[in-house]
Design a protein around this ligand. Structure first.
Ligand SMILES: [Mg+2]
Length: 200
């Protein structure tokens, strides 16, 4: 956890309302470039609209998880990802309204996850207050729980929504519509990042 923000200090204003946001396939498009590379790598032609499970490696016939992560890293999919339309404007609106924006991304498989993520947000001029990297057995709630006053979170991974629901005090846990969570009916859904503003 050496790359993580200190857990106490002046930056953590306990009274400020906090929004916790996922990155991949919530604020930025990863699925389309990933699908293209996966199809090329495996010789298949599966549309990502058919990805009906978060376990993409299963969809690609039991692709080794380390090969999958290597593909993401070597093809620089995180570096080259494009923000969703509306991500920048939505984050700017949240800042203007005085919210603390916390990004938690499960990118711990990447050896430079924090640096790559921070650089990406800075390059695209997407405002935020803190970035945390989860994954490798560290749930998002571990980081969420250092914040008080969390009013909203949004994530495309159902397991993360369940983690927030079970282990954190969050007013609104929202599920970002994606093919791999289409069957779930437990959470309020949004189809675009702008829609989270309706919940504040
Ligand atoms: Mg995601």
């Amino acid at each position: 956890l050496s790359d993580q923000a200190p857990l106490i200090g002046q930056w953590n204003n306990m009274t400020q309302q906090t929004i916790i946001l996922d990155a991949d396939d919530t604020l930025l498009d990863l699925k389309y470039p990933m699908c293209e590379k996966l199809n090329k790598y495996t010789g298949r032609s599966i549309s990502c609209d058919q990805w009906n499970s978060f376990n993409i490696t299963d969809i690609y016939g039991g692709l080794d998880i380390e090969d999958f992560y290597s593909l993401i890293i070597n093809e620089k999919l995180l570096v080259n990802a494009v923000p969703y339309e509306g991500s920048k404007a939505t984050l700017e609106t949240l800042k203007e309204k005085g919210y603390k924006i916390v990004i938690i991304s499960s990118r711990a498989y990447h050896p430079e996850a924090y640096e790559v993520t921070k650089q990406w947000f800075d390059e695209h001029e997407l405002p935020y207050d803190r970035i945390h990297i989860s994954g490798n057995g560290i749930k998002k709630s571990i980081y969420s729980n250092i914040y008080d006053n969390i009013v909203l979170t949004v994530d495309d991974n159902l397991e993360n929504c369940e983690d927030f629901n079970n282990n954190c005090k969050v007013e609104n846990v929202l599920l970002m519509n994606q093919p791999w969570n289409a069957q779930n009916q437990s959470f309020q859904r949004v189809s675009t990042i702008q829609e989270i503003l309706n919940y504040l």
